[in-house]
Design a protein around this ligand. Sequence first.
Ligand code: FES
Ligand SMILES: [Fe+2]
Length: 427
Amino acid sequence: MENAKNELLCRVGPGAPMGDLLRRYWMPIGGASELDDNPVKAVRLFGEDLVLFKDLSGNYGLLDRHCPHRRADLSYGFVEKEGIRCNYHGWLIDHKGGCVEQPFEDTFNPKSPLRKKCTSPAYPVKELAGLLWAYMGPDPAPELPVWDPFTWKNGFVEVAIAHIPCNWFQCQENSIDPVHFEWMHDNWGKRQRGEMDYSPKHKKLGFEEFDYGFTYKRIREGATEDDPLWTIGRVTLWPNGFYLGSHFEWRVPIDDENTLSVCWFFTRVPIEQEPYIQNRIPTWTGPIKDSNGRWISSHIINQDIIAWVGQGAIADRTKELLGSSDRGIAMIRNKFFEDMQAVQEGRDPKGIIRDPEVAKKVLLPIATPKQQRDGMVKKDWMADPYFSRRSTGFPWLYGQPDEVWNEYANAMGIDPGRRDPRETAVV
Ligand code: FES
Ligand SMILES: [Fe+2]
């Protein structure tokens, strides 16, 4: 690939074609419960330093980090009923970026036009499924899609976050890379456990486009063409998501060289545990390096992260050598080039939903609906390969806090003491 094309795929700051494209979509920027203890958070998205907050009326705001007065850091401000108040001279900015109070000016010179002149860049934020979503593109904003799993009942949901020091696109290419699963997760996982055999090889791959992304399909040794991983497959969710039936992963650009990994997990409780109603969806952030400064490699997403950061802060695609396993990667790159063109020409890119009726519930291909969506009795749940692994820990990302595990175990009706010691090992 020419360097100019690589730059197009990777650069996400304001005005960069990919930045303009991604800003057309609502982006998950964290968990709503993150603001429970401290309602103000410094965030950086698409190369912009911002402050996220929830005011005392319950409105979410996402504003320029710098106060419009003399540019103090609003992430040290404090929330009130009508917005966030700067800690320097007390100006109060609401969630839409309007200035509500300028205490000294209001006293000394109440007719001053200064108030009208004072606005802060502000982006809308919505809460859905325990996640906070921001829209940083031009008006009118599209609908925020309610993906079908967000409507499922009787599940334990958690949001797990990691900060990844590399470009977003190499993370997203991993969402359409079926063969890595055999090597990075299965075989490398075996070696880490001291097992010397190899897992079943991939024999055949398929890639297809649909309205909201692409699917990839696989047949491995021992499987037939009736396997749902061939007939239905997994979902590369447009533009920066990955959906595997029980969970979503999004790769949200912080800037050109950093990515916020936001993952949403649903675990269906055994049918005997119904009805299960979750009061609060927890959010936690996992560390990705151990105490020796090496990347943590014990959990699935941690293994993926090692691939992503290993490709460099921005992967140099002028030096890569694509094989037939990379057909899906070529497909999404081409689609991104088409989509960047569409945005430059004023058209909507792929997957944008403008009809509220459509956005209310958007179905996605799911290979294992019984396991993930419909539920199983406890006996089958414990015997199921996926759930039996979920009965001893959280294999996806290192660092699940004890309280989240305990809450999860209670929801599932399993003994919290079943937890694998590797889950809590200090690394
Ligand atoms: S800098 Fe924020 S009120 Fe003065
Ligand atoms: Fe992976």
